[in-house]
Design a protein around this ligand. Structure first.
Ligand code: FE2
Ligand code: FE2
Length: 503
């Protein structure tokens, strides 16, 4: 068993932003506890100033355990990264412990609050993950969060390349990602990895009137990972993750439903629209795949003009299965908002064979940034509650988890709160379609599947234009990505699911 104290965002300064008593309280707790080591995930200081670093090195000296410290965006202000190396230690590094390793990486960008694990650092991280691939427990630590966090207001400052980093960590079977930054304690499991966000240890700036806290991570020899958020009030919230074992998937029983998911057709007269590819795909869907329902996750036209809507309608009329189309931001440009309703109608709840599909509108005028809104979130929560007995599928345009190969700038304004609504309500499946690349991960109990672009040449998918084929069996979901030109497939995700229809 390994026990880690995870502190973060101490924001040490001479000014009133810093709460020295909270720091001392937590450090005493940490020193008394049976911890093997301590991880500090950054924002050690408030402004990266010399006087702050001097005080910080004294304050950190109070911690009587091995200590790993990661730089945060506040630490690198005023070229503080030079002082970090001088007063605290290396910006990137490796700490080995019995059975495991902590690889920490500097995710800061001087003078910005945003994060990035840029080209060199990304390769360095990848090389370290390969070097330590034999270790049973791989921990990656950085300052910035990886998936949207609830209760942070507008979603921002996630790593620009969060999708790539998330993909990298999952491919290398990282067991734990620790971070801080938003001053909100939170624990998610993504596939078999625990994402452990610390709140803030000693900064006045907490959110929603919260108090200072730190996280206690326990890694058991059998692979279980336990995270307890411990607040200075003594309040504790504990979460445990058991790794999925054995990782063998055999469908039990007949297939319950087949869904085809597509996005970003961007029907238009522009050269980037690949008409033949779309025709081909529709033929394959009608003749070979024969799904129960086809979901289009938005950007059905490239611009919201009548001529394009006419063409798009012609294409989708040909699809024989039941259809559900939600608008993307391209669809509602110009007169698109009205045209979408005219040609495709107000998206409505679809119920079939014990499944319910809930369309959610996230597109806004004249911006690729989407929003669900607090009323929209309440609607989702209510729907998930009402249809608890059904298999619930939520459908929207904007991606909620970051997508590889895209620059993540918070494409859904309130992604953090939306993600919490979906995972708390235990949505059985979430379908999104922004970013021009396919990606699928399970967050908590909810698989989230993003579709790439089916017929738009400007995409980010090395597999090419594609759509997803989702088969639901009792207790299991399989997602294949189908190459839109060749019809070849590859596995995008496979999950055992609890809930409705579990044998
Ligand atoms: Fe901070
Ligand atoms: Fe920060």
């Amino acid at each position: 068993m390994i026990r880690i104290a995870h502190i973060s965002d101490t924001h040490i300064t001479g000014e009133s932003a810093y709460k020295g008593y909270a720091y001392d309280l937590i450090v005493n707790d940490v020193n008394r506890g049976d911890f093997d080591f301590v991880i500090h995930t950054g924002d050690v200081t408030n402004q990266g100033l010399r006087e702050e670093y001097e005080r910080a090195s004294y304050e950190l000296g109070k911690i009587k355990k091995p200590l790993v410290v990661i730089p945060g965006n506040h630490d690198v202000r005023n070229v503080g990264y030079k002082l970090f190396e001088k007063f605290i230690g290396p910006l990137n590094g490796v700490y080995e412990f019995r059975d495991g390793v902590v690889i920490w990486v500097d995710s800061t960008i001087p003078d910005l609050s945003d994060g990035r694990v840029g080209g060199h650092k990304f390769r360095w991280l990848k090389a370290r993950l390969e070097e330590y691939s034999e270790k049973k427990f791989k921990i990656v630590a950085a300052h910035h969060h990886l998936v949207p966090l609830p209760d942070t207001g507008r979603e921002r400052n996630v790593l620009y390349n969060a999708g790539d980093v998330l993909d990298l960590l999952l491919r290398h079977e990282v067991s734990l990602y620790t971070c801080g930054h938003k001053h909100v304690p939170n624990v998610y499991r993504i596939e078999d990895m625990v994402v452990d966000n610390a709140g803030c240890t000693s900064c006045r700036k907490t959110r929603k009137g919260d108090v200072n806290s730190y996280n206690i991570v326990t890694i058991h020899d059998d692979g279980r990972i336990e995270v307890t958020i411990k607040r200075v009030t003594g309040d504790k919230v504990r979460k445990e993750h058991r790794p999925i074992k054995p990782k063998i998937f055999v469908p039990r029983g007949e297939r319950l439903l087949r869904i085809v998911q597509m996005s970003e057709s961007n029907v238009s007269e522009r050269m980037y629209f690949r008409r033949k590819v779309l025709e081909n795909a529709i033929r394959t869907i009608n003749e070979k795949l024969r799904p129960d329902i086809v979901i289009h996750n938005g950007d059905i036209v490239d611009m919201g003009i009548e001529r394009y809507y006419e063409k798009a309608y012609e294409f989708y009329e040909k699809i024989k299965a039941e259809k559900l189309v939600v608008p993307g931001h391209n669809d509602i440009t110009y007169l698109g908002y009205d045209l979408f309703l005219e040609y495709f109608g107000e998206p409505e709840i679809v119920e079939m064979k014990g499944f319910t599909f809930l369309p959610v509108i996230s597109a806004q005028y004249e911006t690729p940034i989407g929003v669900v809104g607090r009323i929209g979130q309440r609607k989702i929560a209510k729907h998930l509650e009402e249809y608890r007995e059904n298999f619930t599928v939520v459908v929207l345009h904007h991606n909620i988890v970051p997508i590889p190969r895209s620059r993540e700038v918070g494409f859904l304004e309130d992604a953090g709160d939306v993600l919490r609504t979906l995972t708390r309500g235990e949505a059985n499946l979430v379908l999104t379609g922004h970013g021009g690349n396919s990606f699928a991960v399970k967050v908590e109990k909810t698989p989230i599947v993003n579709a790439g672009s089916i017929s738009w040449e400007l995409h980010r998918n090395p597999f090419g234009n594609s759509f997803n084929l989702i088969d639901v069996y009792p207790g299991m979901i399989v997602v294949f990505e189908v190459q839109a030109t060749w019809g070849s497939g590859r596995l995008l995700g496979i999950w055992k699911v609890k809930g409705p229809f579990t044998p």
